[in-house]
Design a protein around this ligand. Structure first.
Ligand SMILES: [Zn+2]
Length: 216
């Protein structure tokens, strides 16, 4: 059974973890987050309540979702370059539910080193994005100039709750495709939702081959 690691237990990580916990075909699900619950989180992170303020998000979420089809366990640390090998040692695939590009680059470098896929997710203000990044396919740096992309994190910019739910739902579908098929037409496709225009769309990378240092 596949071992899924979810990095981030906030607005995207909450519904992703819930969706994963309903599957019967996963190894225990790992939730990685060093942050604590704050009052401002409660509106968009519905598995947290008043009593959880000040408690670690990963620990709290793993406990809240206990009793589903698959158990969850917490790694109450921030993912960094120095702990990534230990924290992601068992992971077959990583779900990005972070809100910053630094952490995403840590995941990308881990994925290159170990030739593993990961699912990139982002939600800021009224915009959301999701794509699966497979070994040998386009990487995060192919899609974005990651030096320029350090925009505001969602806690600074604010984010629409329906956008985070849409992104989490898309990420769960991408994971489902990967589990069932190993690859899917979504490979090399970036899905975007932008509520300013009220629509979503997909951008295809074409037959792009990454030469950013992956070993594919
Ligand atoms: Zn690349």
């Amino acid at each position: 059974m596949f071992h899924v690691a979810v990095v981030g237990a906030g607005a995207i990580g909450n519904p992703i973890a819930w969706g994963l916990s309903l599957r019967k075909d996963l190894a225990p699900i790992q939730l990685i987050d060093g942050d604590v619950v704050e009052r401002s989180n409660l509106a968009r992170q519905p598995w947290f309540g008043e009593d959880d303020i000040g408690c670690n998000k990963a620990v709290t979420l793993a406990a809240r979702l206990a009793g589903g089809e698959t158990p969850l366990y917490a790694s109450p640390e921030m993912l960094t370059q120095s702990n990534r090998e230990i924290l992601l040692a068992d992971a077959d695939i990583v779900m990005d539910a972070t809100d910053n590009w630094e952490a995403r680059l840590v995941i990308q470098e881990w994925a290159e080193q170990h030739q593993r896929p990961w699912i990139f997710n982002s939600a800021v203000r009224l915009e959301g994005m999701s794509t699966r990044l497979d070994p040998g396919g386009p990487c995060l740096r192919c899609w974005f100039d990651t030096k320029e992309t350090q925009g505001p994190a969602c806690f600074e910019a604010g984010v629409l709750g329906s956008v985070t739910l849409a992104v989490a739902g898309r990420a769960l579908l991408l994971l489902d495709d990967w589990i069932r098929q190993g690859s899917s037409p979504d490979q090399g496709t970036l899905w975007l939702i932008d509520r300013r225009f009220g629509s979503d769309r997909s951008i295809h990378s074409g037959p792009l081959r990454c030469d950013h240092g992956g070993h594919g």
